[in-house]
Design a protein around this ligand. Structure first.
Ligand code: CTP
Length: 395
């Protein structure tokens, strides 16, 4: 998404200015062209040389360095991101004050604005700052929330600039088309964990990466997203309501509670098919061969498929071998509208990878199944392709 985009980074006077250098490098690594404007206060914290080395282009600091830079830079930019953004620049942007290169460029710019504020917590709470931020948000700007932490002054509070990952996610959100606006997307992800006794459990190798990527992409494209996640090592995607569960039964309950309002349900979790019949409260002895008496877990996808007013329902079928026939059978049996098949034995596909090779199975008019084979792609690109396909079939 950042490939071949031109990003104009504004850097203002905060101790967090050093993070802008890392931000610029990461944006360039992702394929973007980056130009930077520094305010005179920013120059007190980092040098234009550091910023120029990160950008591969001079960092501009004055309206008068190059004539018309306040016209040319914004005209070429796809997005303007101000990180860190001081109370001063938010006030200037909100009130149309144009007294330096950054504030003047803002008035010329017509694309999406992303701001990552950084300031003392009292300043961030001040009604004047809140009003200026509200004005910018009402005009369509995206806010990357500052974090709570120990601030430069030594005080504790909300005002630390968000980390660079969150700023990049803010840029991706600002650049994405909002073709899922109005959709309420319910996603399951990760494995489930079925306890046998207090130290043992049944589970599987799912990392949750595919489901989390689906949540992130849906949110970027404007959907309201709820992610029901089994145990994973992944952080909650920003702007997504994440509900953490452990067992298949807990996942089933969490999904049933939220399925009513959903317009799209994507069951990407690798739900354990069995749980221990009896939950022991003390550790079982190894000679106890009755340890693994198993029961079936509820089938969450089938339960959604059986709802009267079901959302557009998507299932996943992770198989060993090119068993599309099994995916098709599951699609019919569980009354899913779409199935995403992958062969976990194929190179670049399956558990804990950042890529996947999938076939999307959908229904054409008349109920005939249609298969769309996708090449090896990042899980982010697979997630985008799944939503493109959902939009094409949802009606
Ligand atoms: N699934 C579910 N609840 C379960 C089991 C599976 O919601 N208890 C969903 C998965 O999230 C996935 C789809 O069903 O979207 C396919 O899961 P899979 O385990 O492959 O299907 P099964 O019917 O269990 O088939 P089998 O174990 O025979 O492969």
């Amino acid at each position: 998404m950042l490939q071949d985009k031109t990003i104009l980074v504004g850097i203002t006077g905060s101790v967090a200015a050093y993070k802008a250098v890392d931000l610029i490098r990461r944006l360039r690594d992702a394929g973007a062209t980056v130009r930077a404007i520094m305010t005179s206060s920013a120059e007190r914290f980092i040098t234009p040389l550091s910023v120029a080395l990160a950008c591969g282009e001079p960092a501009l600091t004055s309206l008068f360095d190059q004539p018309f830079s306040h016209i040319d830079l914004p005209a070429k930019a796809d997005v303007l991101v101000v990180a860190p953004a001081t109370a001063n620049i938010l006030g200037k942007f909100a009130n149309g004050i144009a007294d330096d290169l950054l504030s003047t460029s803002y008035l010329v710019f017509r694309g999406p604005l992303v701001v990552a504020p950084a300031m003392n917590w009292r300043m961030y709470e001040h009604p004047a700052v809140k009003k200026n931020l509200a004005t910018l948000l009402a005009q369509g700007a995206s806010l990357v929330d500052p974090q709570r932490g120990t601030l430069a002054c030594g005080e504790e509070g909300v005002g630390k600039m968000a980390d660079v990952d969150a700023v990049i996610e803010g840029i991706r959100i600002a650049l994405a088309p909002k073709d899922l606006a109005g959709e309420r997307v319910l996603i399951t992800a990760g494995p489930t964990r079925e306890p046998i006794d207090p130290v043992r459990f049944l589970s599987n190798r799912s990392s949750g990466k595919m489901g989390y990527e689906l949540a992130r992409v849906a949110r970027r494209r404007g959907a309201h997203v709820t992610l029901i996640s089994g145990p994973t090592a992944l952080p909650s995607p920003s702007g997504v309501t994440t509900v953490r569960v452990e067992t298949a039964l807990e996942m089933y309950t969490a999904v049933k509670e939220r399925a009513g309002g959903a317009t799209i349900a994507i069951m990407a979790a690798a739900v354990a098919d069995f749980c221990a019949s009896e939950q022991r409260t003390v550790k079982a002895e190894k000679q106890d061969m009755s340890l693994l008496q198993l029961d079936r877990t509820p089938d969450i996808l089938a339960a959604i498929g059986a709802l009267e007013n079901k959302p557009f329902t998507v299932g996943f079928a992770a198989e060993t071998g090119f068993r599309i026939d099994r995916a098709e059978r599951k699609m019919v049996d569980k009354r899913a509208d779409m199935m995403v098949f992958n062969d976990v034995l194929q190179e670049g596909s399956g558990f804990d990878t950042d890529t996947n090779v999938v076939t999307i199975i959908s229904r054409e008019d008349g109920g005939v199944l249609r298969k769309e084979h996708l090449p090896l792609m990042s899980k982010e690109a697979v997630a985008s392709a799944i939503f493109d396909s959902i939009l094409a079939h949802k009606g």
